[in-house]
Each structure stands twice: as structure tokens, then as C-alpha cells.
Design a protein around this ligand. Structure first.
Ligand code: SAM
Length: 431
């Protein structure tokens, strides 16, 4: 038997971590990971269904793998959110697929591999989470899931279908995993959850603010980050934890989606423009130099030019450091389908371009404001674009490529004088 495997991962951080879990689990059972799908006895596609005809992309990739399977005889498994969304349909349309496994079953890979389940799209009560069997790709960073699923039910979003209802892990479990990761040399931890700040310990009821503080106080933890926060779940405890712990990154990704209260109501985002601005104001009052980033959807059904202008003015008012924007993409089974058709595609594209253009100028002047300063940078590897340089992140989450001593141990905090701003990153020299 060819017990080598290949994993292809699409989508968000949660999918990255699911792939690390699948890989770790397989390695524990004697499988070996390969980078070439042609060599593999098992091919896993860990898919994403958040936008843009994602299911078609998966079917077209499966079309390519059909030919490969004829030659190599590899087993093929479709995992992730498209697996959850399509379920049985995948086996009907692509009968050369051996199994379909949704995100709720990542800890149950054994049952799928032994053939006792070929379509695993339930959300088992006992979600197995073996944190000692995670194949972490970085020697300095570890991602740690603290909760799965989402109960918010935003009208545009497929996540509640693909990742199920909110389930938090216990405080004790999360702390044990973080300690194990830190003990293995990971100095940077990123806590993950679809609505990470809705975390609530199922045993003690302790909330996200309490968890953040407890994790931040683990000795030798140099940097703590988390993703993704929902604006309606920002509590005083969370803000205080960020303010009071120097090792919690001064970066907050707080997706707003729109600057118009009318659109936000239709999206069922559970806050208004005013409430969101008030939340930003409370956070800034506590942590003045925080870097905010956001997600925005343009062209949601019924979005008028005036609504879009409100998004532009909100973006200018908040002065986000980073912004991720997408055209609305109708997702199967989501309530927004009943609200109406998306805005005309040309109009939505033009709005998206205007938004990026407006933000680009703001980001440029922000990045330029770092020129000449010496910033602490957590060194985490060689620069992706120029391996003669080192790379790392600032406390407020900007990537810095810098000239430095290649013998510097990974995970060292290095003082870097910023020489200039690149498109999305900073460049400098270790001092
Ligand atoms: N729950 C996480 C969050 O709130 O960030 C993950 C959601 S998703 C991976 C990230 C972003 O995708 C969302 O914040 C939203 O802006 C965008 N998105 C989600 N559904 C979308 C849709 N139907 N069309 C366009 N963009 C969408």
C-alpha cells in the first residue's frame, strides 16, 4: 500500500489548521506527507465555500484528479466547507471520489479512511481534538482553535451551514494546548474561531476576555493574536485584556461589512454604524496606537450609491490600516437570496475599485509614517520575496523585511530601523 498523502488547502486560517490536524493525524499513523500529488496514495482537498462559485472550482479540480487517479489509483477525499455544503452530491457528480468529510469530522478521519463512513457531514457531539497530533508548519508560531462554528447567521454567510453551531473548548483544554505549543518553542500563538470573541468556557462560563488574559500570562509567550472578532461581541474584558498585556498584539481585525446601517440590518450584523463607531472609539481610547483591519462586502442586495458612500466615509473616519473587500457572492441556502438580486456586477466592480483606491492612499501614508523609527520585530523566517533578508512582524502586525544576521535564532525580538514602505510591507535594517 502507498501510504503517502498530499493535502491541498484553500481558504481561511481555520482550514489551514484543519489541514495541520489531518496531516498530524495521518503522520501519527505512519503516513508520510508528499508535495507532489502524483506520488500520493491519498489526496485530500481541503476546500472553502465562502465566495465565488467555489463548488465549480472544486469540481473542475476533481476533473483533473480523475485522470491522475486512473494512473496512480490514489484515494481521493474532499474535505472542508464545500464537502459540508455539497455532501452526497459530490459522490454523485464525481464518483471517483472516495469520501466526503466536513469540518466537524476532522478529528474523525479514521472512520472515514477505514471506509466505515464515506459521507461524513454531521457535527459529532464528541468533537475529537488531539492537539498533540497537529503538524505545525512553523517553529515559532502555533494556531489554536478555541471555538468552532457560528451562531450569528449573517444573511450572506455560508459558515453556519458549513461549520455548524458555536462550540467552545474548555479553558483548561485551551491553556493546555497553548502551554504545550509554547513548551515546544512556539513563541507566538494565534487563537482561532469564526467568532473568536464569542468564546465562553462550557464548564466555567468564563469569557473571551478572561481567556485572553490567562493565555497572555503563560510564561515565555512573546506574542498573542486572535482571529476573527465580531463587533457585537467586543466586551470591556476583552479591551482591558488587550490594554493590560504587552504581549497581546496591538492589532484587531473587526469586520464591519458595510458603513450603512440599512445594509447592516439587512445583513443581520447585530450592530449599526453608530454602534460600530462607538466600539472602535472605546478600543482606541484604551489602546491609542492600535492597527484596525476590516472586511467589507460591496454590492449586497439593495446597496445604493448612498449606502456605499457611507461605507467610504466610515473607512475614512476609522482609518483602517488593512482592508479586505469582496463583491457580494450569493451563497446557496443563505437568507440574503430572498432579499433580492445582487447589485449589477459592473456597478459592484466599480465600487470595489473605488474602495480599494481610497484605502490604498490611507494605507500608504500610514506605512510611510513608520519611516526612520526603530520597531521591535518578531523574527519568524526568511523573507518570501528575497531570501537574503530576514522577515517578521511588528507588534501591530505589519510584515517587515529586513537586513540582519542570518544566524539570529528564529523567534527573537529584533529592533529594526524602518527605511521605507513597500506596497503592503515595511523594509529596514536590524540595529
Ligand atoms: N467568520 C469569519 C469572519 O467573520 O471573518 C470568517 C468569515 S469569511 C472567511 C471572511 C469574510 O468573507 C467575511 O468577513 C465577509 O466579508 C466575506 N464574506 C462572507 N460571505 C460572503 C459572501 N457571501 N459574499 C462576499 N463576501 C463574503
Amino acid at each position: 500500500m502507498n501510504n503517502t498523502f498530499f493535502i491541498e488547502t484553500w481558504g481561511c486560517q481555520m482550514n489551514d489548521l484543519d489541514s495541520q490536524r489531518l496531516s498530524g493525524n495521518l503522520k501519527l499513523r505512519g503516513w508520510r506527507r508528499v508535495d507532489d500529488e502524483k506520488q500520493a496514495g491519498l489526496i485530500l482537498l481541503n476546500t472553502c465555500s465562502i465566495r465565488d462559485k467555489s463548488e465549480q472550482k472544486v469540481y473542475s479540480r476533481l476533473g483533473e484528479l480523475r485522470e491522475l487517479k486512473k494512473k496512480s489509483g490514489a484515494q481521493i477525499g474532499v474535505c472542508g466547507c464545500v464537502a459540508q455544503q455539497e455532501g452526497e452530491k459530490i459522490l454523485k457528480r464525481a464518483p471517483w471520489v472516495d469520501f466526503v468529510m466536513g469540518p466537524g469530522n476532522v478529528g474523525h478521519l479514521d472512520e472515514v479512511l477505514t471506509g466505515s463512513k464515506t459521507v461524513a457531514v454531521d457535527f459529532p457531539e464528541d468533537r475529537r481534538y488531539d492537539y498533540l497530533a497537529i503538524d505545525r508548519p512553523s517553529a515559532t508560531k502555533a494556531q489554536v482553535t478555541i471555538m468552532e462554528g457560528c451562531n450569528k447567521n449573517c444573511t450572506f454567510c455560508i459558515v453556519p451551514t458549513t461549520r455548524g453551531r458555536e462550540v467552545s473548548r474548555t479553558f483548561v483544554d485551551v491553556l493546555a494546548e497553548v502551554r504545550a505549543a509554547v513548551d515546544s518553542g512556539r513563541v507566538e500563538i494565534e487563537l482561532l474561531g469564526q467568532t473568536v470573541n464569542a468564546y465562553r468556557c462550557p464548564e466555567s462560563g468564563r469569557d473571551f476576555g478572561a481567556l485572553l488574559s490567562a493565555v497572555a500570562e503563560i510564561p515565555s509567550l512573546v506574542r498573542l493574536r486572535f482571529m476573527t472578532s465580531h463587533p457585537a461581541e467586543v466586551s470591556e474584558g476583552m479591551i482591558e485584556a488587550m490594554r493590560d498585556h504587552a504581549n497581546i498584539s496591538r492589532y484587531l481585525h473587526l469586520p464591519v461589512q458595510s458603513g450603512s446601517s440599512k445594509v447592516l440590518r439587512r445583513m443581520k450584523r447585530l450592530y449599526t454604524r453608530e454602534k460600530y463607531l462607538e466600539t472602535i472609539g472605546r478600543i482606541r481610547a484604551a489602546i491609542p496606537d492600535i492597527h484596525f483591519s476590516t472586511d467589507i462586502i460591496v454590492g449586497f442586495p439593495g446597496e445604493s450609491e448612498e449606502d456605499f458612500q457611507q461605507t467610504l466615509s466610515l473607512v475614512a473616519e476609522i482609518d483602517y490600516g488593512s482592508l479586505f473587500a469582496f463583491k457580494y457572492s450569493p451563497r446557496p441556502g443563505t437568507p440574503s437570496l430572498k432579499i433580492g438580486p445582487p447589485v449589477d456586477d459592473e456597478v459592484a466592480s466599480e465600487r470595489l475599485a473605488r474602495l480599494f483606491d481610497r484605502h490604498e492612499r490611507m494605507k500608504r501614508s500610514r506605512l510611510e509614517s513608520y519611516q526612520g523609527k526603530v520597531l521591535p520585530v518578531l523574527y519568524d523566517g526568511l523573507s518570501k520575496h528575497d531570501p537574503s533578508m530576514l522577515a517578521g512582524r511588528t507588534d501591530d502586525n505589519w510584515v517587515v523585511n529586513f537586513v540582519g544576521d542570518p544566524a539570529t535564532p528564529l523567534g527573537t525580538m529584533v529592533g529594526v530601523r524602518i527605511a521605507h514602505a513597500q506596497h503592503h510591507t515595511l523594509r529596514g535594517e536590524a540595529v
